[in-house]
Design a protein around this ligand. Structure first.
Ligand code: BGC
Length: 741
C-alpha cells in the first residue's frame, strides 16, 4: 500500500482501534467463547471486542492455525487491518539448531546467518512474520539460566553474531518472504545481579556503552525491525519506562525507527517495581519512553483512552506508535495478502527438509567444543566396543528450553546416531540413572506428582539400570557417558546456585571410573557447568550444549572422527560457582596474581580456589595440533592514520586436517580509564591440511584501540599496547606496539 493510503487509514481509525494496534495478546485469548468470560480475558480484565482489536498475537504457529485466526480476526476488524503474528523462534522452528551459546562456539557468524535464513523460511511457511530473536544480551554469569540464549561474554563476537542473525532472518524480507527480527532484551539484561532471573542491573554508563550496548547497536545497524525492552531496572529505572535508554539512546542517538515492544507483562510490572503508582501511570510512562506495543498486559488496552481523554497524554504519541506498527504490516505486504506465507502445502515442503537438517548438523558439529582429550582417546575407532551410558544416551530431549515449537520426537538421539556408525554387537546402551532425581525441584517446575512418576525411574529400576551400566562398561573397550542438565534447569527462570552435574549423575561417573575404564564424557547443557569434581575421573570431554534436532548425529560425527571438532568457548567455564561472574576481559587490578609483588595472600585471588577458570574463553581442542610461532609486526610504532600488519606462523603438526580459529587480543597498557587485561579484537578461521604450515596476517588500526573515556567520548589514547595472538584467551604469543600521539 502506498504511504499516502496508509496515512489515510491511520487518520480514519478510531482511538480504540489505534490503541488496539498497540496491544499484543497470546493465542489463547482469541479462543474464548462468546458468553462466559473465563481464563485469560478475565485475568486481564479485557473485553472480547478489545481482544479482536489487538494488533498482534503471540506464539501462534502453523499455517492452518494462523490462517484460521487471521480469517476470523478480519471479520471483526473495522478497517480490515491484518493481525501480525509474532513468536519466540529463538534457534529454529521445527529444524532446531544448537542453543545460541553453542552457535557462539562456532565462531562462524556467516554459517549462523544461513541457519537463521532457514529458520525464517520455516517461520514464514508457518504463518509467522516476526521472531523475538536474537537475544543479544552479553553474559558473564553462568548461574543465569538465560546464558543459553546468548552467544557469550565478548562484545566483539556478540556484535558479529547479532548482525548475522538479524540479517539471516530478514534477508528475504525484500522479496516478501523472510521474517522481521526483534532483538532483545534492551538493555543489559545479561547483567542481572547474582545471576538471578528478573533481578536488577546497576552499572556505570561507561561500562554499559563499552561492553553491553555494542551488540544491540550492531543489530540496529544491520537493520533490525523491532526491539524488545528488558524486564530489569538499569541504574534504578526499569527499562520499560526508561526514556533515556529507549528514546535518547536507541531512537535518537542510534536512529532506530522501528517498533519497540515491552517484554511479557512488563508495563504492568512497572507498578510492582514501585516505579509507577498505578497501571495508568505505568502505561503513560511506557508510551512516553516510546514503547509501541504492550505485550500481554492490560495497561495500554485499559488505560490509554482515559489518559488521552483527560489530557494526560498527547494523542500524537499514540499516532507515532500506531504508524510504526502499520509501517511494518505494510512492509510485510499484509494489506495485500494477510495470510502471507501461511500455506499448508508450502509448510509441509518447507519444514525439516533434508537440506535444512544437513545445515543443522553442520552447525551442531561446529558448535561442539572438545574440552579434554587425554592421550588422544578421541576419535574412537569405529570397530571398538562401546558402552553408551547415561540418562542422555537415548534421549530425544536435546532441543533445550527455548525450542518451544520444536518437536522432540524429530531429534536424533545419541544411540540412534551411534547405531548408524558402529555394529550393534559393538554397542551396549544403558540409561544408568535419571537426568534429575530431585522431586522438590521438579515440583517447583510445576510438574504434577503423576508426571514426575512417569518421568523418573523407580528405585528398583534405578538399581537395575545401574547394574546394566556397570556390566556394559565392564565388557566394553571404552565408555561414552552422556550426561547433563535437565532441560528445565536452564533457559528463562532457570537460575541456579549450584551449576555442577546433578548428584546421581556424578555418582554414576565415579562408579564407572572406579572400574578403570577409559571414559568419554558427553555433556548436554544450557550453560558452562562446573566440572571440577568429575574432570579427573574421565579421559575426554565433549561439550555438546543442547545440540538440536541433529544433535545425536553431530556427537557421533565428533566421537568417531568424521568431524574434527573446531568449537571454541564463547563463555568461560568456571572452576567453581564462587568465581561467578567470571570472564576473560576483566580489568587489570592493582594486585594481579600474574604481576603483583605482594606476598601471595594479599593479591587479587581466593584462598580456597584458583583465580583462573577451568576452561578459558576461546578455548577448545581439535584432533589436529596447531603450533603457533613467529609473531611479528611490520612496525612497532604507528600513528592513527596508519595501520600495522601482524603475522603469525601456524603449523599443523598432525595427520588431521581441520579448522583453526586464530584469535587476536589487545591490551592497552596505560589509559585514562583502566582497561581489560585483554580484549578480543579480531579472529580468523583457517583450514589447515595435514602438516600444512600457513602464515596468517591481521591488520591493526586505531579503531581497535578505542574505548569510552570519562567524558564518554570514544577515543584511542596514544601509548603502549600489547598484542596477543593465539589459540584461546590464555594460550597466546605476545609482542608490543605503540600508538604515536
Ligand atoms: C521473555 C521473552 C519472550 C517473551 C514472550 C518473556 O518472558 O523474557 O524473551 O520473548 O516472554 O514469550
Amino acid at each position: 500500500m502506498e504511504n499516502s493510503k496508509l496515512k489515510k487509514l491511520l487518520d480514519d481509525m478510531s482511538l480504540e482501534e489505534k490503541i488496539g494496534q498497540m496491544v499484543q495478546l497470546s493465542g489463547e485469548f482469541f479462543n474464548n467463547d462468546d458468553n462466559v468470560v473465563t481464563g485469560p480475558r478475565k485475568k486481564l480484565g479485557i473485553s472480547k471486542k478489545q481482544v479482536f482489536l489487538a494488533g498482534s498475537v503471540l506464539n501462534v504457529v502453523g499455517a492452518k492455525k494462523t490462517h484460521q485466526l487471521q480469517e476470523e480476526y478480519l471479520k471483526h476488524s473495522p478497517h480490515k487491518i491484518p493481525l501480525l503474528f509474532m513468536s519466540d523462534i529463538i534457534y529454529g522452528l521445527k529444524t532446531v539448531y544448537p542453543i545460541p551459546l553453542g552457535m557462539g562456539a562456532t565462531w562462524n557468524p556467516s554459517l549462523i546467518e544461513k541457519a537463521y535464513q532457514n529458520t525464517a523460511a520455516e517461520a514464514y511457511a508457518s504463518g509467522n512474520q516476526v521472531s523475538f530473536a536474537p537475544m543479544v544480551d552479553l553474559v558473564h554469569d553462568a548461574r543465569w539460566g538465560r546464558v543459553l540464549e546468548s552467544t557469550g561474554e565478548d562484545p566483539y563476537l556478540n556484535s558479529l553474531f547479532a548482525a548475522s542473525m538479524v540479517k539471516g532472518f530478514q534477508k528475504d524480507l525484500g522479496k516478501n518472504r523472510g521474517i522481521a527480527s526483534c532483538i532483545k532484551h534492551f538493555a543489559a539484561y545479561g547483567a542481572v545481579e547474582s545471576g538471578r532471573e528478573y533481578n536488577s542491573v546497576d552499572m556505570s554508563e561507561r561500562r554499559l556503552k563499552q561492553e553491553y550496548l555494542p551488540s544491540y547497536k550492531a543489530a540496529v545497524d544491520a537493520g533490525v525491525e523491532m526491539v524488545m525492552a528488558s524486564f530489569n531496572t538499569l541504574n534504578g529505572i526499569p527499562a520499560t519506562g526508561n526514556k533515556w535508554l529507549l528514546k535518547n539512546i536507541l531512537r535518537e542517538e542510534w536512529g532506530f525507527n522501528g517498533i519497540l515492544i515491552s517484554d511479557y507483562a512488563a508495563i504492568n510490572e512497572l507498578v510492582a517495581h514501585g516505579f509507577a503508582e498505578s497501571q495508568q501511570q505505568a502505561a503513560k510512562l511506557a508510551v512516553e519512553a516510546t514503547v509501541d506495543i504492550d505485550m500481554q498486559s492490560s495497561a495500554y488496552v485499559n488505560e490509554l483512552k482515559s489518559l488521552i481523554e483527560n489530557g494526560l497524554l498527547n494523542v500524537e504519541k499514540i499516532n507515532d506508535a500506531v504508524w510504526r506498527v502499520l509501517l511494518l504490516k505494510n512492509k510485510l505486504g499484509l494489506f495485500e495478502d494477510p495470510y502471507r506465507g501461511a500455506n499448508e502445502k508450502i509448510e509441509e515442503k518447507s519444514l525439516l527438509t533434508p537440506k535444512k537438517r544437513q545445515l543443522a548438523r553442520e552447525v551442531a558439529d561446529k558448535a561442539i567444543v572438545l574440552l579434554k582429550n587425554k592421550d588422544d582417546l578421541l576419535p574412537l575407532n569405529k570397530h571398538s566396543s562401546v558402552a553408551l551410558i547415561g540418562p542422555y544416551a537415548d534421549e530425544h530431549e536435546l532441543l533445550g528450553l527455548w525450542a518451544v515449537h520444536g518437536d522432540r520426537k524429530e531429534s536424533v538421539t545419541i544411540n540412534q546416531a551411534f547405531s548408524e556408525v558402529i555394529e550393534s554387537k559393538h554397542l551396549s546402551v544403558a540409561k544408568g540413572t535419571n537426568i534429575l532425581d530431585d522431586r522438590t525441584m521438579l515440583k517447583g517446575f510445576g510438574l504434577s506428582d503423576e508426571s514426575i512418576d512417569k518421568m523418573l525411574l523407580t528405585d528398583t529400576q534405578k538399581e537395575t539400570e545401574h547394574e546394566k551400566a556397570i556390566s556394559a562398561a565392564k565388557k566394553s573397550d571404552v565408555v561414552v557417558m552422556a550426561v547433563g542438565e535437565h532441560t528445565l534447569e536452564s533457559g528463562e527462570a532457570g537460575s541456579r546456585t549450584d551449576i555442577t552435574l546433578p548428584y546421581q549423575q556424578k555418582q554414576l561417573i565415579h562408579d564407572i571410573a572406579n572400574l578403570g575404564k577409559k571414559i568419554v564424557l558427553v555433556l548436554i547443557s544450557g550453560r558452562p557447568l562446573v566440572l571440577t569434581d568429575v574432570i579427573n575421573d574421565v579421559d575426554a570431554v565433549i561439550e555438546a550444549w543442547f545440540p538440536g534436532t541433529e544433535g545425536g548425529h553431530a556427537i557421533a560425527d565428533v566421537v568417531f572422527g568424521d568431524v574434527n571438532p573446531s568449537g571454541r568457548l564463547s563463555m568461560t567455564f568456571p572452576y567453581n560457582v564462587g568465581q561467578e561472574p567470571i570472564y576473560y576481559n576483566e580489568l587489570s587490578t592493582g594486585r594481579s596474581v600474574k604481576t603483583s609483588k605482594h606476598s601471595s595472600r594479599f593479591m587479587s585471588r581466593y584462598i580456597d580456589a584458583p583465580v583462573t577458570p577451568l576452561f578459558p574463553f576461546g578455548y577448545g581442542l581439535s584432533y589436529h595440533r596447531a603450533i603457533y610461532s613467529n609473531l611479528n609486526v611490520n612496525k612497532n610504532k604507528f600513528s592513527s592514520d596508519e595501520s600495522i600488519k601482524a603475522t603469525v606462523d601456524i603449523e599443523n603438526n598432525s595427520y588431521y586436517s581441520g579448522i583453526e580459529t586464530v584469535q587476536l587480543y589487545i591490551q592497552d597498557m596505560f589509559a585514562s580509564v583502566v582497561q581489560p587485561e585483554k580484549n578480543l579484537k579480531a579472529f580468523q578461521q583457517i583450514y589447515l591440511s595435514a602438516h600444512e604450515k600457513r602464515r596468517v596476517t591481521f591488520t591493526i588500526n586505531v579503531e581497535m584501540l578505542k574505548f569510552y573515556n570519562t567524558n564518554l567520548d570514544y577515543i584511542a589514547e596514544p601509548g603502549d599496547f600489547k598484542l596477543y595472538i593465539g589459540k584461546n584467551s590464555q594460550d597466546v604469543l605476545e609482542t608490543n606496539f605503540t600508538l604515536l600521539g
